[in-house]
Each structure stands twice: as structure tokens, then as C-alpha cells.
Write a protein that binds this ligand. Structure first.
Ligand code: SF4
Length: 457
């Protein structure tokens, strides 16, 4: 782990030649439609209020003023140039923000004090970072390789995909960690259950196996039986961690017991104006907020608010355009950068999201995710969604129960978009039974009727 050093300014050629799919760090920003992009994951997703404020101010000063939090809870500063990246790095260094480099090792946002947490995963994550850093010269690992260390409390990372995942569970009075490969808590393949002291040596052996396969190898490329053999004699045949509790919305006021409160907030469509964020953070600080934990789902938790202060700050957040409640329809729309931030986009995804919220509010009841994708790549949501709208050169393609690349069920052009949405809204209004969810109604109607409503002008 290192504090941010000031990197050499990237040359335009170097930046432009950077592969998409690699990680756009301070030392290697990624060229996008609105300039260079830098992605940051602060240590343990934790920042003081002053540090978060410093990043927002730097995004405003050195970037184009747009700050993003990704689906995994990483920060992104947009609209940088080769000459402004060093200024951003200096600001981050001056604020003493620790940004680990190397393999991404992720812990849940409230690690250390999450209700129902079985073990604080941060010491194990720190030990892993240290051992991996010590082997930097001999381990060649894929740039996007990710390890999740999950103490399995509230706001766990069960829905987040990782190459290797460690999930805590109780074994009598002791703690064990189930090691799984490639996937979410529901889909990853269990390899072994380990005592805490066995985790680091076993993970290092697995990373050596990945390194031996090649620099692009991911968890899915490992042979599960070979990895089980690698775990011996440390592994124990005592079953695996039970499935984590169902995910609850992070957005809202959460009482953690012993009188403490955290406020979960979300960025609208993953972005916020950095100046507005800085102003909000200053107000929240005056009311007692002290710490930030970045969270998956494009949001963050505010810590330190007591009693009435959380409700006051929540109202302030709303006035700054943040998502503050579990029933906010914006919680259920996944958007990529779109034409305001990506050169490949055929759609202004943020403007389109506002149109859906305004025109088809009944659809966004939380039973489904609407995916708005600037192009067929589908960066914001590679998996299938109940409805996906994809930007195309001549208009918009609707995919029902599929991903952006899966082939359109219906099309409309720019002029027809608003009326297509009004027809979808009418279809739902006329057919949704009392108490029925939007997803269930769409499923009952079927792709053909949904497509016909969208397309018939
Ligand atoms: S889905 Fe396409 S338009 Fe959207 S960010 Fe990815 S490449 Fe750009």
C-alpha cells in the first residue's frame, strides 16, 4: 500500500493507447469521451470528510467537475488532461489519502462495525496486501484481479463479483473463512474452509497458480480440484459459509445499535457535480459528519451524525440531488457514462434516465433494473436486465430480458422516444393488478406485447 506519489504526467499518446479493461489509475489514466479518467479506491473505502471534500474540490479544479462513484464503490474523476493529472495526484497526496495499488482487495463498506458482522475483515485484507506486495516482483497478475474479504455483516459484498472471495462464518467459538473462486456469493465455487491464520498462505499459493497461467488469468481460469489440492493441508472439511442475508438498500438512515447512526446516500445515475458535493459535505460536517465509507451501488455512507442531525443532513442531501431513500425510482436505473462522457456512446444516458423517471414512474418500483446503455458494450450492467435501452446510430433499441448486446426486440428513433415511453406507461397502468410488481406484470404480458407497445407509433 502506498500513499499517492505524484506520477509523471501521462503523454497523450500513452494515455490514448491505454487498453480499455485495464485499471485507470493516477499513473495510467484512461482516455474517454470527455478527457482522461482516473479511478481511485481509498484504503478500506474510507475517507475523512475533509479528504472527500479535497477530492471533490480537486475534481472541480483539475477535471471537468464531474465526480462518479462506480457500482463497486470506486471513485472516478473525469475530464482530466495530461497536464492536470499531476495536480490531482498532488491534491490527493496533500490530503494524505491512502490508495492501495496492486491487486484490488475489497472489504464491505461498514467493515469493522457493521451489524451482524461475523469478523472484521480489514486485518486479513491488510495482511494479504502486505504479502502480495512483498511478492510483487514474482507475481504477474491480471490488472483487474479482485479479492473480496467479507465479514458478512449488513451491507456485505455478496452480490459483487470477485476472482477470489473469502466469507467469514462461525464454527463454534471460532471463525472460519470460506474461500471461493470466480463469482458472487451465490455463484462462486467453494474451494475450502480455512482458519484465519491459513488464509494468507493459501491465497498466495492460488495467486502463484494464476501467475503461472499467464498475466491475463482470472479466477474462472483456475481448476477447482487443483486448487482444493493446493489448500491441503490447511483446508478443513467443515462445510462452507452460509449464504449471506438478503441485501438491504444502503440508501437511508440506518441505526446500528448503541445509539449510533449512519446515513446511506447515493449519487443520481452514478454522478454528481463536484462543487455541489463539496458544498454538501461542508454542511454535513457542520452537523457532525466525520467519516465517509464509499459503498457499492454508486453511493456512500456518512458516519458521525447523531440524533436529529441525520434527518437534517438527509434533507440537505436531497436538495443536492442525492438519492436518500430506498423508494427513490433512480435507485433502479443503471446507466453508463453515455454521450456526455464516452466517445462510443449514441445516447445521453443521464438525460434518458430522467425521461424514464418522469414518464414511466410505475416501472421503477424496485422489482426490476432498467439498464440504459450508450452502446452495445453495456459497461454499466453486463448481465441481463428486464429492460435495456441501447443507443444506436439511428435511434434506440429496446431489449426485453436481455443484455445490451443480446439483440433488440424493438426500435424507435429520437422523435418517437417520448411517445414510446408513454405507451409503455399506459400498458403498465392498464394491466398491472393491485399489489402486482412491475416485473411480474411485464413477465405476464410477455416480450412481444412490451415490444409492440414500445414500437407502435
Ligand atoms: S456502454 Fe458504450 S457508451 Fe457506455 S460507457 Fe461503455 S463504451 Fe461507452
Amino acid at each position: 500500500m502506498t500513499l499517492c506519489a505524484v506520477p509523471k504526467p501521462p503523454t497523450t499518446d500513452a494515455a490514448a493507447s491505454m487498453r480499455r479493461g485495464a485499471c485507470p489509475s493516477l499513473a495510467a489514466p484512461m482516455l474517454t469521451g470527455d478527457g482522461l479518467l482516473v479511478r481511485l479506491r481509498p484504503l478500506d473505502s474510507s475517507l475523512t470528510l475533509a479528504q472527500f471534500c479535497a477530492i471533490a474540490e480537486a475534481a472541480n479544479r483539475f477535471g471537468n467537475g464531474i465526480l462518479e462513484i462506480t457500482a463497486r464503490g470506486n471513485l472516478q474523476v473525469r475530464g482530466l488532461s495530461a497536464s492536470t493529472v499531476p495536480g490531482l495526484a498532488e491534491a490527493i497526496g496533500a490530503a494524505e489519502i491512502a490508495v492501495p495499488d496492486g491487486v484490488a482487495i475489497e472489504t464491505p463498506p461498514l467493515a469493522g462495525f457493521a451489524p451482524e458482522e461475523i469478523a472484521d475483515p480489514r486485518p486479513l485484507a491488510a495482511a494479504l496486501r502486505e504479502e502480495i506486495a512483498a511478492r510483487r516482483a514474482v507475481l504477474t497478475l491480471a490488472p483487474k484481479l479482485t479479492i473480496i474479504v467479507d465479514g458478512c455483516g449488513r451491507f456485505h459484498l455478496g452480490d459483487t463479483v470477485a476472482d477470489l472471495r473469502l466469507q467469514a462464518f462461525r464454527c463454534g467459538e471460532d471463525i472460519r473463512w470460506t474461500l471461493c473462486l470466480a463469482g458472487t456469493a451465490a455463484t462462486a465455487k467453494p474451494v475450502s474452509s480455512l482458519r484465519t491464520e491459513a488464509v494468507v498462505p493459501v491465497v498466495i499459493r492460488i495467486l502463484e497458480a494464476l501467475s503461472a497461467i499467464g498475466p491475463a488469468a482470472r479466477g474462472r481460469d483456475l481448476d477447482i480440484e487443483a486448487m482444493r489440492a493446493l489448500c491441503l493441508p490447511d483446508g478443513e472439511d467443515i462445510g462452507v459459509a452460509p449464504a449471506p442475508a438478503p441485501m438491504v438498500s444502503a440508501v437511508g438512515v440506518h441505526h446500528l445499535g448503541s445509539g449510533s447512526t449512519v446515513l446511506g446516500l447515493g449519487l443520481a445515475y452514478a454522478q454528481i457535480d463536484a462543487a455541489s458535493l463539496a458544498a454538501f459535505l461542508r454542511q454535513a460536517g457542520e452537523l457532525g459528519a466525520r467519516e465517509i465509507r464509499l459503498s457499492p451501488g454508486h453511493g456512500f455512507f456518512l458516519l458521525g451524525l447523531e440524533g436529529e442531525a441525520a434527518a437534517i443532513v438527509q434533507r440537505l442531501a436531497l436538495s443536492h440531488g442525492l438519492r436518500i431513500a430506498a423508494d427513490d425510482p433512480r435507485n433502479h436505473i443503471a446507466t453508463c457514462a453515455g454521450s456526455t462522457g464516452c466517445a462510443s456512446a449514441w445516447m445521453d444516458t443521464k438525460a434518458m434516465a430522467r425521461l424514464w423517471v418522469e414518464t414511466v414512474p410505475d416501472l421503477l418500483d424496485g422489482s426490476l433494473t432498467l439498464h440504459l446503455s450508450g452502446c452495445l458494450k453495456g459497461c454499466a450492467r453486463p448481465k441481463a436486465s428486464a429492460l435495456t435501452l441501447v443507443g444506436a446510430p439511428s435511434g434506440y433499441a429496446l431489449v426485453v430480458n436481455g443484455a445490451a448486446k443480446d439483440g433488440a426486440n424493438a426500435y424507435t428513433d429520437e422523435n418517437g422516444m417520448k411517445s414510446a415511453l408513454e405507451r409503455l406507461a399506459g400498458l403498465l397502468r392498464q394491466n398491472k393488478d393491485a399489489g402486482e410488481s412491475a416485473r411480474s406484470c411485464l413477465t405476464r404480458l410477455g416480450a412481444a406485447r412490451v415490444s409492440a407497445a414500445f414500437e407502435q407509433g
